[in-house]
Design a protein around this ligand. Structure first.
Ligand code: MTE
Ligand code: MO
Length: 550
């Protein structure tokens, strides 16, 4: 179609970008004011996470690791920018088209926000307000792209009075605009294009838009930050209950303290994080509750205070992510405080035939855990503290599940609010619908932490960790190239549910060498040498590292 507005493409694209920036800023501000309501960008990102195919998600986790969310948000901004520039160019044909495109985008954002599992009624507002602000900005900027009134008269171009760009312009509407639509002969359009725009007016408009975007965006982020649960965490920290049977201190021999070897206890701030939450759920411990329902004799609802009045269990448990490749970083060990899941479930009374605990988080993520695993006596917990402090928000404040021996995706629900006692043949959990097995017992694994790439020839300390939660590690062996397997020295462990440090000294000649390790668990089973990717139920194979000695 022939552009009606004479503005050059670059100016129109800039106007579109500015409109989108204002839209994002206003959306952020609205989300901050509403509170808990996610910003349009986060809502769209969250929907993208849930709707994207499993292979794409797995690729993102494998490629970007814990930065996957940053990359996603960055990608969304790039897409928004490209679309917005396009909307601006579209608006040259008719400003109304550009506005309509922004509006459609806003409705999509509202839809994304409304269909988030933790959505409230108000969550559609930020996207709609954003679209409205973006459309208004686009109109205002396009008014500035029009030629000045005198030039317009001179060109006798029959500028149309109902042109969308002029709508609501008030002060800028041509006073003598004819109340009917003039047909524009093509020749006059050609004349239109010859007219130049007033760059000064355009740039002051864009600068104003950028200012509005920056101020609203920053205010929104600041307001959103006030919704965090730092105060509630501090309150929980002050009243952290004591375990009924405190664990003895960790054995001194649990940690070799070898440089570059993972410490036995992973500090909370170093603990790996894997979840689908783009914006961390802010769950207030004072209003949190946990519902146990479904195939039970007596449904239960527990407040945080009621949970903490139950016998408190302390347990050392190593969590592992099913997405962890062999040798990867998604494993961590902590000392947890929590309440035995089995006790709560026994009180509710699990009905015969139930074999699945479908737990749901505040943000709608789900995990399906076998009933028999949780009830078999292991330290399966509704945990509220990690290494002596309330759960960090990123790790599930106020309450998460911790189940020794199961990968996180089938057990470790953070921000848990609901447990439906049900059957595997009736319900499916989040990752089960995305190509991963319904049940995910952790596989025996071992990892070389040091050295990782370069070292000196001669005697070298090799060290790492190995894990076989609920079974325990009985042996770790290391070999250099195709040499004999040599048995490593094992650190002490407080129980069977944690990883175990190991170390060995080996002689390395100068040149390239491959170090491999393998673990044997206390049931006598050695991890398989068969290499398999994480999907669908956990990676297998020996960890190998290529070392250069110089
Ligand atoms: N609410 C919620 N809980 C969740 C997840 C999630 O995406 N959402 N991811 C699970 C997965 S896949 C793992 S491996 C563990 C990771 O726990 P961490 O982030 O505390 O290390 O949390 C589990 N709990
Ligand atoms: Mo995971």
């Amino acid at each position: 179609m022939t552009p009606r507005n004479p503005a050059p493409v670059w100016a129109a694209a800039l106007a579109g970008l500015t409109a989108a920036a204002v839209a994002v800023g206003v959306g952020q501000l609205a989300a901050g004011v509403i509170g808990g309501g996610s910003s349009p960008v986060v809502a769209v990102g969250g929907a993208a996470v849930d709707l994207s195919p499993a292979w794409l998600k797995n690729w993102a986790i494998a490629t970007f690791g814990e930065n996957d969310k940053v990359v996603l948000i960055g990608g969304i901004f790039v897409v928004i920018a490209l679309l917005a520039a396009g909307f601006g160019v579209l608006a040259r044909i008719r400003v109304g088209y550009g506005r309509l495109a922004l509006l459609v985008f806003g409705v999509l954002g509202a839809w994304a926000a409304a269909t988030r599992p933790d959505a409230g009624m108000l969550d559609v507002l930020p996207s709609l307000l954003a679209a409205w602000a973006g459309a208004a900005t686009l109109s205002a900027l396009f008014r500035r792209l029009e030629p000045a009134a005198d030039e317009r008269d001179a060109a006798v171009s029959g500028h149309e009075p109902e042109d969308d760009a002029r709508e609501g312009a008030g002060d800028e509407a041509a006073p003598d605009a004819p109340p009917f639509r003039l047909e524009q002969p093509p020749v006059m359009l050609a004349g239109d294009r010859l007219r130049t725009i007033d760059r000064r007016r355009l740039f002051t408009g864009i600068a104003t838009g950028a200012g509005v975007a920056a101020v609203t965006g920053a205010a929104g982020v600041w307001l959103g930050g006030r919704n965090d649960v730092a105060a509630e965490r501090a309150q929980v920290a002050a009243e952290l209950p004591k375990p009924a049977k405190p664990l003895p201190p960790l054995p001194a021999g649990a940690d070799f303290k070898i440089p570059n070897l993972s410490p036995f206890v992973t500090p909370n701030h170093d603990f790996y994080r894997v979840d689908t939450a783009l914006a961390l759920p802010s769950v207030d411990s004072n209003t949190w509750s946990l519902k146990i329902h479904g195939m039970v004799d007596r449904p239960i609802e527990l407040s945080f205070a009621e949970l903490l009045k139950r016998p408190i269990v302390e347990a050392d448990v190593t969590l592992a992510c099913v997405s962890n490749p062999v040798g990867g970083p998604y494993v961590g060990n902590a000392r947890w405080l929590g309440v035995a899941m089995a006790g709560v479930l026994r009180e509710a009374g699990i009905k015969a035939g139930a074999d699945m605990l479908l737990s749901t988080s505040a943000d709608g993520w789900t995990a399906g855990t076998p009933v028999e695993v949780v009830m078999d006596g292991r330290d399966a917990l509704f945990a509220f503290a990690m290494n002596g402090e309330p759960l960090p928000v990123a790790h599930g404040f106020p309450v998460r599940q911790v189940v020794p021996g199961l990968y996180g995706y089938v057990s470790a629900t953070k921000w848990v609010v609901d447990v439906n006692v049900t059957r595997f043949d009736q319900e499916r959990a989040y990752w089960t619908d995305r190509g991963w097995d319904a049940k995910g017992p952790i596989k025996t694994q071992s990892r070389i932490d040091t050295p990782r790439n370069k070292t000196k020839p001669g005697r070298n300390v090799v060290a790492g960790v190995a894990w076989a939660q609920t079974k325990g590690i009985a042996k770790v062996e290391v070999r250099v190239d195709d040499g004999p397997w040599q048995v490593a020295r094992l650190a002490e462990v407080p129980g069977l549910d944690t990883w175990r440090q190991w170390t060995i000294e080996v002689d390395l000649t100068s040149g390239l060498h491959t170090l491999s390790c393998r673990a044997t668990d206390e049931t006598g089973e050695t991890q398989t040498s068969h290499g398999a990717p994480p999907e669908p139920n956990g990676a297998t194979g020996y960890h190998r590292v290529l070392i250069e000695t110089t």
